[in-house]
Design a protein around this ligand. Structure first.
Ligand code: RB5
Length: 149
């Protein structure tokens, strides 16, 4: 199950990606926003992030105008590693090296087709472990304790 969330600016791209996930037979849960009315991105970034952090969803994809504000918000939730991405190479590395569990896209930055390519790449990417695990474990340590040994 994929958690989705957006503000009003991210909504058009979220709708494109919802349709894309449906075509691929992938299940999602949309945590809002549901209309074009202006809203505040932290609310929806955090709602989707909490669904990933508590295990209700396996991964999350969130949207705002740039992908920046909503990714910063999601990253404040313990257990979340969210990447804001505008091309597929970083999307792949964000899975293989960083084991990200959320992806943020900017609807005013990436076109629909590039966004679909990023989503595909990110969803199919596998964490490589090894030396990357040491680094991701350090991120987790800071997340949990505020310190790094
Ligand atoms: C909304 O205008 C815009 O600021 C928001 O969607 C996002 O881009 C913030 O980072």
């Amino acid at each position: 199950m994929i958690a989705l969330g957006s503000d009003h600016a991210g909504l058009p791209l979220k709708r494109v990606i919802m349709k894309y996930l449906e075509e691929k037979g992938l299940e999602y849960k949309d945590y809002g926003t549901y209309s074009e009315e202006s809203v505040h991105y932290p609310v929806f970034g955090v709602k989707a992030a909490k669904a990933v952090a508590n295990g209700e969803c396996d991964k999350g994809i969130i949207f705002c105008g740039t992908g920046v504000g909503i990714s910063i918000s999601a990253n404040k939730v313990k257990g979340i590693r969210c990447v804001s991405c505008s091309e597929p190479y970083s999307a792949l590395m964000a899975r293989e090296h960083n084991d990200t569990n959320m992806l943020a896209l900017g609807s005013r930055v990436v076109g629909d087709e590039v966004a679909k390519m990023i989503v595909d790449t990110w969803l199919n990417g596998e964490f490589l472990g090894g030396r990357h695990k040491i680094r991701v474990d350090q991120i987790k340590e800071v997340d949990e304790t505020g310190e790094i040994k």
